[in-house]
Design a protein around this ligand. Sequence first.
Ligand code: NAD
Length: 247
Amino acid sequence: MVNIEGKVALVTGGSKGIGASICKVLASEGVKVVINYNSSKESAQSLVDEIKNNGGEADLFQCDVSEIEEAKVLVENTINKYGRLDFLINNAGITRDRSFRKLLHEDWNKVIAVNLSSVYNTTNSALPHLLNSECGRIINISSIIGQSGGFGQTNYAAAKAGIIGFTKSLALELAKTGVTVNSICPGFIETKMVLDIPEEIRDQIKNKIPQKRFGKPEEIAKGVLYLIKDGDYITGQQLNINGGLYM
Ligand code: NAD
């Protein structure tokens, strides 16, 4: 088991939803957390305050992770502040769902940029620092949709499946270094992303889940913690946290 106290984590899109849960769980274990946000400064600031009030350490940095130069500055800011980076959690994501025939080129490009190219952007700058860590971890938040596909989600499914391929390839390349690379594939988790789905469709989805409920953001955060703490011999994998919806 890795001693993670005092180590540093960068969580992209960390101000809300699953990302915020990841930040809280890691901070409660003594990890210094860099919360990246794009536009939700207020949520990010109140999360920093909450973590600090509970005795943890956290800071926030604005950055659109789909922009490579901004991602570079984000990592530089992290190093300037804490002097090291041990865990990179690529969590930022968006949906722009439309059936393929109505999908605009812009919807395609935006979803690929934010969900997939961002993973390249942050990893590219973070890797030299992760290699200096004795327990470097890259955890990419993919999705069940990248495994099963989803109606109206060609763009999102392609990005999330791309993350899985990226993860496996980089895991192979880094296996000898001790830096592990894994994906987590959440099913349907109770965050804004799922609450934005029309209620009728949400009920249909819930009915199809063998465990008959949506997941909680904390359940994904616990998966992240497991891979970080106990995942020394786990690399190139997808951790499915989905109530049995995809096996
Ligand atoms: P969310 O919308 O609450 O969180 C996404 C976060 O990403 C937000 O804080 C948002 O501001 C941030 N973000 C968006 N664009 C960004 C950018 N360009 N730069 C930096 N940050 C940006 O959604 P969530 O449900 O918490 O999703 C978190 C991750 O989990 C996403 O990658 C999502 O695709 C994935 N996921 C979610 C579910 C689910 O059911 N909620 C299921 C599978 C996978």
